[in-house]
Design a protein around this ligand. Structure first.
Ligand code: HEC
Length: 164
């Protein structure tokens, strides 16, 4: 090999190595992004449906305590979970998550995202009031706030969720 060929070979080999390192870095970044944000549409849809189901169960636990005259302070955390979920709802409906799995999310969510987010905020506020009333062991206030929370769920479902 002439000196010139060695230089060329080294440059080529370096290029290949460089390309390999780059591809490896890319693959690593991709794997990392997938691990951090497992957010394909099907996964987003499944996650938000599970969140809604969980919030339904949490609201049910509060209702049970209210109906039975049970320990209200014990279910304040459930109301807080409902409120926290209300604050999360806007981010659980990213563009593109209208398909990819069976979903009852209506197109109006994306054509009127501001209206949708506002109703999520209303629900969070009502559930915050509910949590405060439960913590204060105030049954009358908690019953009123529970009704308001339920109405806030229904208001959104009416406009933005397809019938089952
Ligand atoms: C801002 C809008 C909004 C609010 C507020 C809201 N929901 Fe929903 N909910 C939806 C949408 C949209 C779906 C359909 C999601 C899908 O199928 O991708 C849904 C689905 C559900 C489901 C079905 C989940 C499943 O298994 O598929 C339940 C249960 C539910 N919501 C309960 C509640 C309860 C309880 C509240 C109030 C405490 C509430 N939701 C508040 C929009 C809302």
């Amino acid at each position: 090999m002439t000196f010139r060929n060695i230089i060329i070979a080294a440059a080529l080999f370096g290029g290949v190595l460089g390309g390999f390192a780059q591809a490896q870095a890319q693959a690593q970044a991709q794997a990392q992004a997938q691990a951090q944000a497992p957010n394909g549409p099907a996964e987003v849809i499944a996650t938000r449906q599970a969140g809604m189901k969980h919030t339904g169960a949490a609201a049910g636990a509060v209702k049970k305590a209210l109906d039975a005259g049970g320990d209200l302070m014990a279910v304040a955390a459930s109301a807080q979970e409902v409120a926290d979920w209300g604050r999360k709802i806007p981010s659980m409906f990213p563009p593109g998550s209208d398909a990819g799995a069976k979903t009852r999310a209506l197109p109006a969510i994306w054509s009127d995202k501001a209206g949708f987010d506002k109703l999520a905020g209303n629900m969070a506020a009502a559930a915050d009031t509910l949590a405060a009333a439960l913590k204060a062991n105030d049954a009358a206030a908690a019953k009123a706030a529970f009704a308001a929370t339920g109405a806030a769920c229904a208001a959104c479902h009416r406009t933005y969720r397809a019938p089952a």
